[in-house]
Design a protein around this ligand. Sequence first.
Ligand code: DGJ
Length: 546
Amino acid sequence: MKTTSLPPVLAAVLACLLSTAQAAELPRLVSQDGRHALLVDGKPFLILGAQAHNSSNYPGALKPVWDAANDLKANTVLMPVAWEQVEPVEGKFDFSFVDTLVKQARQQKKRLVILWFATWKNTSAQYAPEWVKLNPERFPAMKDQDGKPSYCLSPFGSETLKADKKAFVALMGHLKQIDSTDRTVLMVQVENEVGTYGLVRDFAPAAQTAFEQPVPAAVLAHKKPVAAATGNWREVYGPYADEYFHAWAIARYIGEIAKAGRAVYDLPMYVNNALRNPLDQPPKPWNKDFASGGPTWDVIDIYKAAAPAIDIASPDIYTPDSEQVNANLRLFGRRDNPLWIPEIGTKPAYGRFLYAMLGRGAIGVSPFGIDYFNYTNHPLGTTATDKTLVEPFEPVYRMFAPIQRQWAQWAFDGKTQGIGEADDRKPQQLDFPGWTAKLTYRLGRFGEAAWGGEFAKPTPGTENPNGGVAMAQIAPDEFLLVGQRVRVRMEAAEGTKGMMLRAEQGRFDAQGRWVMERVWNGDQVDYGLNLPAEPVMLKVKMGRPR
Ligand code: DGJ
């Protein structure tokens, strides 16, 4: 039989065309009406994340990470890649860990977010290579007012910036090479919890000279002046000048790294933040109470001005105080800043806030330390290192995992809301067009507290706040509810009449079809919709009598 083969040039062109056709779209962030979505393979994607411990970025350490992420039902793992490991010798790159990570993530059917630990990790240089750490002449530290070096590398170290940028660009180039078809890696965090503890800014000569220059126009356009409309940093921002200047210096440094990386491989990029008190309103000038210069909520505008290649300033939430959590979600979820929570503590108290985060349209969330490595960051997180670690979050992820794409779309369309039980245990409400969901906590599933006696006693298991609900208004009179330990009563908007017509408990199957398991009626609806300790999903149809 006669066979024909293509000339080599044509075959190469064809192979190239085919591989381009197969390559998935680059992950990217999109916004509409002040809301945001992370598009993965062209459609909104909700990151149900699991962040590994700090020292799990080695091939031999990965198994306990996949095990924990699988138990959690996470769809994405957040994993550090350290400068010290990819460039142990200057100019000699080793991306073997990245290769193993990406390969195993695909086998585990997980996506990845890469955390670039380089010039700054929790403000220090501990993840920089030895050749950086041991050469302060070339890679200078910040200096205090007396010229004494700080522990923190200076954002004015031009050689440090050049070297970090070079390594980051090499990493992004490598990711492009290995991941342009699959797009396993969704986003990149540039540095980790930057800023400086104990020193408000760099006072070394180069920094001091910059501090005395006029505030750049881009900063003035984003961040409202405090004292004078123009002038140097002190003149414009008065007592806030030092912190704002340091934020600008660090943001500019990170922005340059991110920009260079994106020029090679254009993934969404973000920074994370060790928070300042969100209830400090209006914010007081820095007083050694947080890492100066980090992307705290009061300087997000400065990051937007100085680092346009960074899409998101995100909060790392390690205080389960409900007022603070809600304030942080409000302060970081902005028209110009998608809500994304790359770290929350693993204590059970944090579980209920997933409903608030996902209901508010976060592009994703990730508990920190989801990894059966024999280590715990207690008291920030739980003491557990076994499967109990994932227990506060798995039941919620289990609900959202099959509908993550649909939920992300609803959130992008502005149809979702959610809330976690407040520390004061008081009633709350969620307002939707035409309907209000009235929420109460600690009640049993039968009867009214007003009846007294046992009916008025808090239900066992509600000693600590752990209720919450996320809702999507999927049609004008129809809602999807996911929640736990809350009584939900739907009420028609003021001045209108309404009634509940049908409440179905069910789930979505792998094809995204609703599977009804039972209709709640009688006892199950007489006292509101009483969601149990284990989360459930309800589809609720409301009606309006004529
Ligand atoms: C926040 C940091 O971003 C993490 O890398 C980790 O150090 C936690 N704090 C504490 O476990």
